[in-house]
Structures are given as C-alpha cells and as structure tokens.
Design a protein around this ligand. Structure first.
Ligand code: NAP
Length: 275
C-alpha cells in the first residue's frame, strides 16, 4: 500500500483508506486493515456514534502506530465546550486515547475562530494529533487556516469522483499551495460506478492490462496527485480487496490522459457540492 505525507510534515498515511458510512461491516474493515488500508474515516454523526464503535471493535489488536484514525464533529457541536465533549465521546466509542486527525464535518453557524481555537486546544492536550475540515471551499479554507494560531490544517475532505471533478480546479490547487491533504469521499460517485456500463469500458480495458479492476483504476486516477487520498467504503470482501489494489497501482501518462478525456471536468460556478 502506497503511503504519502498527510499534510505538511505530516505522517505517512495509506493513500487508500476506508469509509464507514452507511454503517460499516467490522470484518470488512479488519480485512482492509490487513491489506494496508489502515487509514479509517468515521464521524460522530454516522449512526449517532455506532460507526465509531464498530471502528473501535475492528481496530482492537492492531498496533496504534499502524493506524490513522479520523473522526468529525458536527457543526452544531463545534463551539468551545462542545468540541471537547464531542471529541471525548468519540474517543470513548473508538477505545482510543487520541485520534490522528479531527475534522469539522461541514461549516455551520459557530464562528470558525471559536472552532479552530477549540481544535488547537485538543492538539495541545493530546486528544488529536492534527486538525482538518470537510466540505470547505477555498474561501472557507482561507478563513479556517487564518484562524489557526499555532497549527496548520492537515486536510480538507471533499466530494471527489470521476463524475465530480471540480475539486481539481478549486480545492486541490489551494491544497497544493498550502500543502495539505485532499481526502476524496464518495470516490465512486452516486450511484456508485457500474462497471457494466459502456462509459466504464475504458477503465475496464486499463484494468485488464494491470490485472486489476475498473474500481481500482478509478481510485488510482483520483489519487494521482501527491496531496490526494481516497476513502472508499466497502462491505463486500471482493470490493475491499479491489480497493486495496488501487494502493499499488500506478497509471502511466497515456492512461491518465485517456481517463481525463473520458470523464471531463465540468465548470463549477456555485458552491462546492456535497452529494
Ligand atoms: P463510495 O465509497 O464511493 O461508495 C460506496 C459504494 O461503492 C458501496 O455501495 C460499495 O459496495 C461500493 N463499492 C466499494 N468498493 C467497490 C469496488 N471495488 N467496486 C465496486 N463497487 C464498490 O461512497 P461513500 O460511502 O459515500 O463514501 C465513502 C466514505 O466517505 C463514507 O463511507 C464516509 O466515511 C465518507 N463520507 C464523508 C462525507 C463528508 O461529508 N465528509 C460525505 C459522504 C461520505 P459494498 O458496500 O456492497 O461493498
């Protein structure tokens, strides 16, 4: 499994991680961990904490230093006291002393300065190793980064898949300049890619050459930039294995160009989409 630095001076993290919503299958998560997908994304929102509990069960027995665990606070809990309370509850459900990155799930009504200050206190007190955001466009990213006194943003987790590539013109350039990670959620799109459909034939052809699946090719395309990670969610063992293969797959320039042409970027005039 290829690993990349997660943010400026950040730890090396598996480029392909595991999503956990809708509720994950514990054994599928364990299989993913055994295949190197030790980067796991969850949130207090998912199943009102149940997703975090299942992650806690799945990671039991894996050495802590091998894992990169991310969870998120809901916007209405993202005030000074709420952040601490939410993070402590998440840690309890996960069975951990700290998470590797703590994210604001999306921007709400609490002033971003208040949330970022509370996040910095969590780092100071050892409850999280780093700080991130989700569903932030460059405007919001500037505000969040500017509100941090002593830390940096480690990531922005955003919707990014072959049908929704506008991140490449907005959040990714921001991340490249600032040097933080972009984490692609819903990397197979909605509805998820159906490889029997004609438009996915190109991915199938490339996959055949590499002895892998169209899904793995899609993930390898999305994570071609050194800042980008992906967190597919899979319950079926064959899906878990296919996703892990993406972490070993390198596409050549001709293949990247062909995929780029087959799944063109649309122009985005409005907000960063979230589904
Ligand atoms: P996704 O991972 O793109 O798609 C999941 C679907 O794809 C499932 O139906 C799964 O089937 C299928 N699948 C998985 N691997 C496959 C493969 N190799 N080949 C074919 N199909 C495959 O979408 P998602 O679950 O929406 O997003 C992933 C994660 O991102 C979530 O679980 C969550 O952790 C996070 N997320 C974050 C936000 C946010 O606002 N920050 C929003 C949405 C999601 P099976 O389950 O049957 O294997």
């Amino acid at each position: 499994m290829q690993q990349k630095a997660f943010g400026k001076d950040g730890p090396l993290v598996a480029v392909i991680g595991q999503g956990t919503w809708p509720l994950p299958d514990r054994d599928a998560l364990r299989l993913g961990i055994s295949l190197g997908m030790t980067h796991i994304d969850t949130a207090e929102m998912y199943g009102e904490g149940r997703s975090e509990e299942i992650v806690g069960e799945a990671i039991r027995g894996t050495p802590r230093e091998k894992l990169f665990i991310v969870t998120k606070v809901l916007p209405h809990n993202a005030h000074a006291k709420g952040v601490r309370r939410s993070c402590e509850r998440s840690l309890k459900r996960l069975g951990l002393d700290f998470v590797d990155c703590y994210l604001l799930h999306w921007r709400g009504d609490v002033p971003i300065e208040e949330t970022m200050a509370a996040f910095e206190r969590l780092v100071d007190d050892g409850l999280t190793r780093s700080i991130g955001v989700s569903n932030f466009d460059p405007w919001d990213l500037n505000e969040a980064a500017g509100a941090l006194a002593t830390r940096r943003l480690a990531c922005d987790q955003v919707l990014y898949n072959l049908a929704e590539r506008t991140v490449e013109d907005h959040e990714l350039p921001w991340a490249q300049t600032y040097d933080c990670a972009i984490v692609a959620y819903t990397p197979f799109g909605r509805p998820p890619l159906d490889t029997k459909k004609k438009k996915y034939g190109l991915l199938g052809g490339i996959a055949k050459r590499h002895g892998t699946s169209a899904a793995a090719v899609a993930l390898a395309f999305l994570t071609r930039d050194r800042h980008v990670f992906a967190i597919p969610k899979a319950s079926r063992p064959e899906h878990v294995k296919a996703n892990a293969q993406a972490g070993e797959l390198e596409l050549d320039n001709e293949e990247l160009r062909a995929i780029d042409a087959a799944f063109p970027k649309r122009r985005r005039s409005g907000e960063l989409p979230s589904n």
